[in-house]
Design a protein. Structure first.
Length: 239
């Protein structure tokens, strides 16, 4: 039995920011699960434009993947602005993006993915959704320790203990490069999905929607833009 057949008639909650990775994860989930809902987190991020982009990205993804449109359910937004204020990183305050004393980029929001998963698990439990899906990746990432597979799986085990049931966390991008992430979107939805991700998703840490590049909108200089641009260039060569 293949992976798609194994997941059929299951339900999932996608951690959905409206960026390239979560848009690809949404498409991946719609291909596999019978009912899919999405959740976004407002933690006071500087690039709040991603919160405005989320609904558009959802609409465009199901427009392209119309054969699975009836699988997409409700969207939810969780207010985590109190948590975001604790860290005061370059993701939540106006400051230059640079490395901190540990060598980590100061765009790292301590514990962000852990908090996201706890909130998502609580929501999924209430909504009767079985699987959490996140776009965390340890291959092409910005040095965030909470993106590592070991961290995510340890959190899944803790959630399973805390909720007294299995809480699987699927991370389809975990071992993919950004180029492979573009390729995954292309495999699922072809050029139409790739174009939708380019045009409507948002990744730039500075929230720039004024500069349009081949890979989408962004400042072109922040770590998120650099990763997205490099991955697109690598993928486009072989596409």
């Amino acid at each position: 039995m293949n992976a798609i057949a194994q997941h059929y008639e299951k339900t999932a909650l996608v951690l959905f920011s409206g960026g390239q990775d979560s848009a690809t994860c949404l498409a991946w989930a719609l291909e596999r699960f019978d009912r899919v809902e999405t959740v976004g987190f407002d933690y006071g991020q500087r690039h709040a434009v991603e919160m405005r982009a989320r609904q558009v990205v959802r609409q465009e993804v199901v427009k392209v993947l119309s054969q699975w449109a009836n699988r997409l359910g409700d969207d939810h937004v969780v207010d985590l602005t109190g948590f975001g204020a604790i860290g005061e990183t370059a993701m939540t305050t106006e400051r230059a993006i640079e490395a901190d004393a540990r060598g980590l980029p100061n765009t790292f929001v301590p514990g962000r993915n852990l908090i996201f998963l706890v909130a998502a698990a609580a929501l999924a439990d209430r909504r009767g959704l079985e699987v959490l899906i996140g776009g965390m990746c340890e291959t092409d990432y910005s040095g965030y320790p909470d993106c590592r597979n070991e961290t995510i799986q340890a959190t899944a085990r803790a959630l399973s203990l805390g909720l007294d049931k299995s809480v699987p966390v699927e991370t389809p991008l975990m071992f993919l490069t950004k180029a492979q992430t573009w390729a995954l979107a292309d495999r699922i939805g072809g050029s139409a999905l790739v174009e939708a991700i380019i045009e409507f998703s948002h990744t730039c840490y500075l929230g720039d929607r004024t500069h349009r590049h081949a890979w989408g909108y962004g400042c072109g200089a922040c770590p998120a833009c650099e990763l997205r641009a490099a991955g697109y260039a690598e993928w486009a060569v072989g596409a």
